[in-house]
Design a protein around this ligand. Sequence first.
Ligand code: FAD
Length: 497
Amino acid sequence: MQQPKKIKKVVIAGGGTAGWMAAASLSKLLGKAIEVTLIESDQIPTVGVGEATIPTLHIFHRLLGINEQEFMAATNATFKLGISFEHWKNGQDKYIHSFGYLGKDCWATGFTSFWVKGQQRGIASEIGDYCTEHLAARRGRFAVLPSRDLNHAYHLDAGLYAKYLKNIAFTHGCQRVEGKINNVLLDNESGHITAIELENGHTVKGDLFIDCTGFRGLLIDQALHTGYEDWGHWLPCDRAIAVQTDCTTKQVPYTRSIARDAGWQWRIPLQNRTGNGLVYCSHYMSEEEAKVQLLANIDGEPLNEPRVIRYQTGTRKKHWNKNCIAIGLASGFIEPLESTGIHLFQRGIIRLLQMFPLNGINQTDIDEFNAQTKFECDNIRDFIILHYHLTEREDTPFWRYCKNMDIPDSLRHRMAHFKAAARMFKKDGELFGESSWVQVMLGQGLMPEQYHPIVDTMSDAELEHFLSTIKGNVSKQVDNFPDHYDFIQHYCKAANV
Ligand code: FAD
């Protein structure tokens, strides 16, 4: 039997956020065992809009030894404690999905059961009052604490972040080749990729190829025809129009997501500018209408022409196919609503590092990689669908469609479980935990009908004391945090601001 080919040369195609994340981590962590080459084209711009992150980015930064203050100053970053969802439930409402944990659990049930009974008795206030990150976001405060760090992420400049990672990759020996990919060469027998041909005649050979060419998926799709699972019936938005504006107010420590007629609008505050975009469904809104709606709802002067990005929500049928692994938009795109793009890139990279096929590729690794990725993507997909489906809005055809659309069984089950008895279970490998699901479900109006009976072991007076103690402690803690803007000024101010 033929021995599997040892992996020595890794070629990364594409130099956007995904490509440079892959290049920095592979060259830093495996650079002594492999050679890493990245191909990017100066003629083809990056998407350049992925600017809101989630707290898992800390794991990636720890692997790369990134210093928070230095990285934030270099990327004009601000802190993010969650997302403010506005007008999603009925057009008038607002709630925050924060990165913090709600209240205190007991072995039998989460905090929600205690809170639900408190609501029924009129002794509990809004759920966010029992969560430090939530209250800090609402009050525009932030601190780095010596005892327990706030669960936080960042808003960052995507272009500067790629540049920052590029420097790390170069420090660890990554080679960069500039040129437009013209052709992908395949082995006649195995169908594996053997080399990439560039327009300038240059050929880059490799053993393992990472496709980071964005939506084009030049390797995984155009060369290997891996196929795509379309999620457009559940996640119908298929366009984004993005524009940057100058800052007009102090930066808040959260992303804003404001529901609009046929989608939603993001606002991402950086130290020197604000990122804005309208995500919409082209079936219900034209490009011209989207542009008008976006420009009518921005603060500050536009710094560039609004740019339209077309996409199809879904995922590759396989993320690892033969000797090619897709990372980034080349692997699929769920939707930017919960800022999970960069997280999924990072998960793909870390999974590859954990299963790196130094002694040759085998099908067991490929199958395991694909199964884990599918599980993660399906779970995030359900969480995003929840926001659209759990609406009371019927004021536009888009919202009527979302409210009445069919949803995956896995999501239907989770919603029913929560509604019946405030129960929420997180399976191993799922990204979003109980606090996330609960904040969004309650925020969108899904109130449990019952709470766990263990709550009744407390008298009403004990429950009131329990709830008010947590709320008081949260409030006292947040009172001591400085203003988010002021904190940035002394902690990580960018040189160009
Ligand atoms: P790209 O930026 O498209 O990079 C592709 C690279 O491939 C480029 O370097 C290009 O030059 C190269 N390339 C392509 N074709 C060729 C060729 N023929 N020859 C040579 N090189 C080639 N993620 C988040 O985590 N948070 C967010 O808030 C967020 N918001 C998003 C909003 C929108 C509207 C979209 C579409 C995505 C968002 N994402 C977000 C997802 C993701 O973070 C970004 O889209 C990301 O910056 C782009 O990733 P990428 O590197 O895969 O692709």
